[in-house]
Design a protein around this ligand. Structure first.
Ligand code: UDP
Ligand code: MG
Length: 347
C-alpha cells in the first residue's frame, strides 16, 4: 500500500494522471433518524464547498423520525440534493453503498450526517485528489465527546483486525474518505454482502493518502450504533477480510490429535510400570484421536463453506423505495443495486 501523508501534497504528480480538474464532487451521507441535524449538515457542507461544483447524495436508511420529510424539503429547494430512500433500515455500510451507487461525480466523499466528520476538511482532501491521489482517508487525531467504552472498543477492534486480517488498516480512520472515480468504480464492483467499506477502500489500492483531523462530538442526537450493531459490524469486518477464525478449527484439530499421539507412549509406559487402569488409556486415545480428526474435517469443510457463503447469496444489497431529484435513467442498474424486480424475474 502506498501511504502518503498530508505533507506530501505538492509532490510531483504522476504524469499518467495528467493533473485533475473537478467537474463534479459527490458528497454522500447516510441518514438514519437524524432529523435534528439534517439542515445544519446541509448548510455546513454548502458553506465548506463554496465555489466547488457538487451534488449531495443523501440516503434515508429507513428513518422513522421524520428525517425523510426533512430530506424532501431540502431536495425541493435545491436540485443538487439527491435523495435515495431505502425500503427499510439496512445499516450504515449498506446505506453508504447505496449512496455511492448513485453518485455521479469525478470524485466522491463519504461522511456521516451527524457532523462528527467536519465538511470543512473536504477542500483539503480535494487538494490531495487534484495532486493525483485516489483514496484520501481522514484520520482522527482526537475524538471529542465519545465515551471511554466506545474508544476502548474501537482500540480493541483495530488491534484484533490487525492481527487477523490481510489488509493494513490505518488505526482511527473511519468511513470519512474521498475516492477518485476509478477507485470508486473498483469499490462498487465488489458486491459482497458483509461490507466493511474502510477495509475495501484500502484493498482497492491505487494511490492512498491520509489527512489528519479532530473528530467532533455529535451535533445532536445519539449514536445509532448499538452494542449489538457494533458487534455485528466487527464480525463482518473480520470475516470479510480474514479466514483465520475458520482456520482455528483446523489448528485445534491438529493440536488435539497431537495430544492423542503423545498419549500412546505414555499409556505404554504406565502399563510397563504397572500403574494401569484397564481400558482407560485406549479409550482416551480413541476419543482424542477421533475428536481431533473430526475437528480437522469440520475445519476444512468450514474453509469451503465460508468461501461459498460469501458468494452464493445473490440477494440485492438493498432495496430502494423512492428517489428524489434522480431521474430513472440515472439510477444504478437493477442487477447491482436492485430496486424493483426485473420483468419476468420473481424475487
Ligand atoms: N446510520 C445509518 N444507518 C444505521 C446507523 C447509522 O445510516 O443503521 C448513519 C447515521 O445516521 C450517521 C452515520 O450512519 O449519519 C454514523 O452513525 P453514528 O453517528 O450513529 O455512528 P458513530 O459515529 O456513533 O459511530
Ligand atoms: Mg456519529
Amino acid at each position: 500500500m502506498t501511504s502518503l501523508h498530508d505533507s506530501d501534497v505538492g509532490q510531483p504528480v504522476d504524469p499518467a494522471d495528467g493533473g485533475r480538474s473537478l467537474k463534479l464532487l459527490s458528497v454522500v451521507a447516510p441518514v438514519y433518524n437524524e432529523v435534528a441535524i439534517i439542515e445544519q449538515f446541509y448548510s455546513r457542507v454548502c458553506a465548506a464547498l463554496n465555489g466547488v461544483g457538487f451534488e449531495m447524495v443523501l440516503v434515508d436508511d429507513g428513518s422513522s423520525d421524520g428525517s425523510d420529510i426533512e430530506l424532501l424539503k431540502l431536495a425541493s429547494n435545491d436540485p443538487r440534493v439527491r435523495v435515495v430512500q431505502l425500503s427499510r433500515n439496512f445499516g450504515h455500510q449498506t446505506a453508504l453503498t447505496a449512496g455511492l451507487d448513485h453518485a455521479r461525480g469525478d470524485a466522491v466523499v463519504m461522511l456521516d450526517a451527524d457532523l462528527q466528520d467536519p465538511p470543512e476538511l473536504i477542500p483539503r482532501m480535494l487538494d490531495h485528489w487534484r495532486a493525483g491521489c485516489d483514496v484520501i482517508y481522514a484520520v482522527r487525531e482526537q475524538r471529542e465527546g465519545e465515551s471511554h467504552f466506545k474508544l476502548a472498543t474501537a482500540r480493541w477492534f483495530y488491534s484484533l483486525f490487525d492481527r487477523l486480517a490481510q489488509v493494513e488498516l490505518q488505526h482511527n480512520s473511519g468511513d470519512f474518505r474521498m475516492l477518485d472515480r476509478r477507485a470508486l468504480d473498483a469499490l462498487l464492483s465488489m458486491r459482497e454482502r458483509n461490507r466493511f467499506l474502510r477495509g475495501m477502500t484500502v484493498w482497492v489500492g491505487y494511490r492512498q493518502a491520509a489527512v489528519p483531523y479532530t473528530r467532533d462530538r455529535r451535533y445532536a442526537g445519539v449514536t445509532k450504533y448499538t452494542i449489538s450493531k457494533m458487534m455485528r459490524f466487527s464480525l463482518d469486518a473480520i470475516s470479510s477480510f480474514s479466514h483465520r477464525p475458520l482456520q482455528l478449527a483446523t489448528l485445534l484439530g491438529f493440536l488435539i490429535s497431537t495430544l492423542a499421539f503423545i498419549a500412546i507412549p505414555v499409556v505404554i509406559v504406565l502399563r510397563l510400570l504397572g500403574s494401569y487402569l484397564p481400558g482407560f488409556g485406549s479409550l482416551t486415545i480413541a476419543v482424542l484421536l477421533l475428536g481431533g480428526i473430526q475437528l480437522i474435517a469440520i475445519g476444512i469443510i468450514g474453509e469451503y463453506v465460508g468461501r461459498i457463503y460469501d458468494e452464493v447469496k445473490g440477494r440485492p444489497l438493498y432495496l430502494v423505495r423512492g428517489r428524489v431529484n434522480i431521474p430513472d435513467d440515472e439510477a444504478p442498474p437493477v442487477s447491482t443495486a436492485s430496486a424493483p424486480s426485473q420483468p419476468g424475474r420473481t424475487m
